[in-house]
Unconditional design. Structure first.
Length: 176
């Protein structure tokens, strides 16, 4: 497509006939043939599968991910959680505030470095451990993908996501 000014000075697109796509290229351009659409659809499906399991526990999908990270290793800094979950501080801080307001986590300043905010589980948060492991197991069976294929898919998607997640993630900056 080229753009040229018209008599009134406004820009008007002009199609170049030589760049018209052939049928094969058009067929490849439909959403279901796009990697991005497959990832988008799979992500939406996973969130929809989790919702009825997490709602009774008072958690959203991103909060569930934070809780799993904290079950693995706590306390964690806001920056560490953000980096592990590919969330910037503008996303993770309000999420953590809601978890704190619901009594599942605490946020405290690091005594050794006041710039860092540490997130830890409360007793109420810790009490969700088995219920959240059950959610993880239920999702694994609901997906109807054999374990070794799930692992291969997870590894492939992880390798794809790592370079993207490394861009713009706040690292160890802690605001919260």
């Amino acid at each position: 497509m080229s753009v040229s000014p018209d008599a009134a000075g406004a820009l008007r697109p002009q199609l170049l006939l030589s760049s018209v796509l052939d049928n094969n290229a058009l067929q490849d351009a439909v959403p279901e043939n796009q990697l991005s659409f497959a990832l988008y659809s799979a992500s939406n499906r996973m969130i929809r599968l989790h919702k009825p399991l997490l709602d009774p526990l008072g958690l959203t999908f991103p909060q569930y991910l934070v809780m799993l990270e904290l079950f693995h290793d706590a306390p964690r800094s806001v920056g560490e959680l953000g980096a592990r979950l590919a969330m910037d501080t503008g996303t993770i801080t309000p999420l953590l505030k809601r978890l704190e307001a619901s009594g599942k986590v605490t946020r405290t300043r690091d005594r050794e470095d006041e710039r860092r905010v540490l997130v830890a589980l409360t007793d109420a948060g810790e009490a969700l451990r088995e219920a959240l492991w059950a959610v993880t197991d239920k999702i694994g069976t609901t997906c109807q993908i054999p374990g070794e294929r799930q692992e291969a898919l997870r590894d492939t998607l992880g390798a794809f996501a790592r370079p993207i997640c490394g861009d713009g993630v706040s690292g160890d900056q802690d605001v919260g």
